[in-house]
Design a binder for this molecule. Sequence first.
Ligand code: NDP
Length: 291
Amino acid sequence: MKIIDGKKIANEVKNEISKKVQGWMEAGQSVPHLAAVIVGNDGASKTYVGSIERSCREVGFNSSIYQYPETISEKELLDAIDFLNRDDEIDGYIIQLPLPKHINTEHVIAHVDPHKDVDCFHPINNGKLFLGEAEFLPATPYGTIELMRRAGIEAAGKHCVVLGRSNIVGKPLALLLAEKSATGNATVTICHSRTPNLKEVCATADILLVAIGQPEMITAEYVKEGATVIDIGIHRLPDQTQEKGYRICGDVKYDEVAPKCAAITPVPGGVGPMTMTCLMLNTIHAHERKL
Ligand code: NDP
């Protein structure tokens, strides 16, 4: 059984990004600039945006954080976004979700310049993804596909079962796996909370990709002997036996599933580290477009 080391692979990608940025610096050219917009004081959002800043520093990107109070009006936020759209120094930016209830998230996302939409949330970028003409890919599916490619897990000709149909993970992942492309060409089944016989369907998968947001729900019964399992879920569960008082786990019950698999991603250290790295890759694409 092969454990797919997402941390190692993400570091390889980060090194490639750093080298590219170094090359631009040595040539006297500008380096990529990623910005993040954050509204309010949500702790998890602040941690995520802090990790974006840290990753930018590591690879040599410029970064900026635009922090607004919870009370900002929709009009003021849209004005702030206009400013980011016009700023040639900024290649791409993310808007940390969720936004406060009085702000219409769809209006805000639709206001982002699609060429700067490195999260790939804008309807135009989703449409391009659907057409197989994507400028950006949503970071988690991108990270999953890139992880599989670099770990030598080929989807072509396989039956891939994608568990979860969210707009940011399950649906785009299924599209990418079915795409006529070097990393696609799979036969794809999408499952969700209304799928009858879920266990039986999952157990037909050559590659089972799980993004359901249910801690350790996927047990050995869901998995065919010799399958590959990609666990996209990430949870923090209270655990007083741990020094920190919690442990991190995925949607898959790793200890019982791993012995059945040809290959599996651990949590933490699987898909997770690839997500941030792929946000950096999208920012590289946005920067290269302007060169
Ligand atoms: P959502 O909650 O938006 O979507 C969950 C999907 O799983 C839905 O389609 C839902 O079905 C389906 N589902 C939920 N419960 C069941 C069940 N019991 N049986 C079958 N299907 C079920 O989650 P996300 O897509 O945003 O995230 C999925 C997981 O991935 C989460 O654990 C999240 O933390 C993780 N994640 C990890 C990232 C990373 O960087 N590694 C980044 C983003 C997410 P239905 O549509 O019918 O409701």
